[in-house]
Design a protein around this ligand. Structure first.
Ligand code: CO
Ligand code: ZN
Length: 334
């Protein structure tokens, strides 16, 4: 599984520019599904057939990024954000465009540095001397993502786009381990989550599942000075969502996830977030309502080039999903 995590996190794929990561995931799931298709918004939908409940499992394959808005006469690129970019996380980071152009982000030199830092005072330097050279490599509207290697530190891993390639890697591992299922399962690798949960919105409408499960990251509230007022931390198991800023998990699904974890002696914790949400929040509001829950992987430094997860939590999430999806899921009476 480590190889897959490395390949997925090192692949380019900001929101709206998911074709490379989609092709990579297609390769990884070859032979693992009965049917694979791509919809209009670019969601990759892999179906494992069964006669029972229709279950949609979703993880987003897009990542946050940077979009070029202006190229100045010296070849510096001004940019805007794709998704939740924190200005204090990006100075001196390297970025890569789809065509392989590499750059580094920095900010205007000034007597009084902006406080807080502002994206509109930053630029991407792609190492050229003027507008002409820059224009041969990059155009207004081109999109870059972080450029960073994935590193394994013992049982923990640091990478860019762990949000949510770790969810994608988990789904792929589940597809590998799930030999037979009584359910009809739609594994959906969604697009444009970071800019407003757009892929999952149309995919959920199209799939019309009986049950929705999103797999995504959540915060880890265990770093220095942090008061541990929210429950999820690194290494204590898969985090079962109770609430975030976009949804309250369906109580029936939350109970099903807890019962499955207990029955399988799978380590779990709870996930309560005050800000941010996942694809689960739009799946649950589809059509006349879909019972939906979320499994989260606690992650430090979310939306940075160095997002950290613990492999024990990854394994627990895989184990819980495999156990759940191999059982005969009944959503009546939820
Ligand atoms: Co995110
Ligand atoms: Zn995410």
């Amino acid at each position: 599984m480590k190889d897959i995590i490395k390949r997925l996190t090192e692949t380019y794929g900001p929101s709206g520019s998911e074709s490379r990561i989609r092709e990579q995931i297609k390769k990884e799931i070859r032979g693992l599904a009965d049917q694979v298709s791509t919809d209009v918004l670019g969601n990759l939908i892999a179906v494992k057939k069964g006669k029972g409940s229709r279950v949609m499992v979703a993880a987003h394959m897009d990542e946050i990024g940077f979009i070029v808005t202006h190229i100045d006469k010296n070849g510096f690129l001004r940019f805007s954000n794709i998704g939740g970019i924190y200005p204090y996380n990006i100075i001196a980071q390297r970025v890569v465009f789809e065509n392989g152009t590499i750059g580094t982000i920095n900010e205007e030199r000034s007597e009084k540095p902006a406080d807080p830092r502002r994206l509109d005072r930053m630029y991407i330097d792609i190492g050229v001397k003027d507008h002409k050279e820059a224009s041969a490599m990059v155009s207004v509207g081109d999109v870059a993502g972080f450029h960073r290697a994935c590193e394994f530190l013992g049982n923990r891993v640091i990478a860019k786009s762990m949000d949510d390639r770790i969810g994608c890697a988990i789904m792929i591992e589940v597809m590998k381990q799930l030999k037979k299922t009584p359910n009809q399962i739609y594994f959906v690798f969604t697009t444009q989550e970071e800019v407003g949960l757009r892929g999952a919105t149309t995919a959920a409408f199209g799939v019309a599942p009986d049950l929705g499960i999103a797999v995504d990251i959540t915060g880890a509230f265990d770093t220095p000075e942090e008061k541990p007022k929210l429950p999820s931390v690194l290494g204590k198991g898969t985090a079962i969502k109770i609430k975030d800023a976009g949804m309250l998990a369906h109580p029936g699904v939350k109970k099903l996830l807890v019962d499955t974890a207990r029955a399988g002696r799978i380590p779990y914790q709870f996930d309560i977030l005050e800000g941010g949400t996942t694809d689960g929040s739009v799946i649950t509001k589809t059509r006349s309502g879909i019972p939906t829950g979320v499994l989260s992987v606690p992650t430090r430094y979310a939306h940075s080039a160095s997002e950290m997860v613990d492999m024990a939590d990854v394994k627990a999430t895989v184990d819980l999903l495999v156990k759940l999806l191999s059982s005969n899921i009944k959503t009546k009476g939820f």
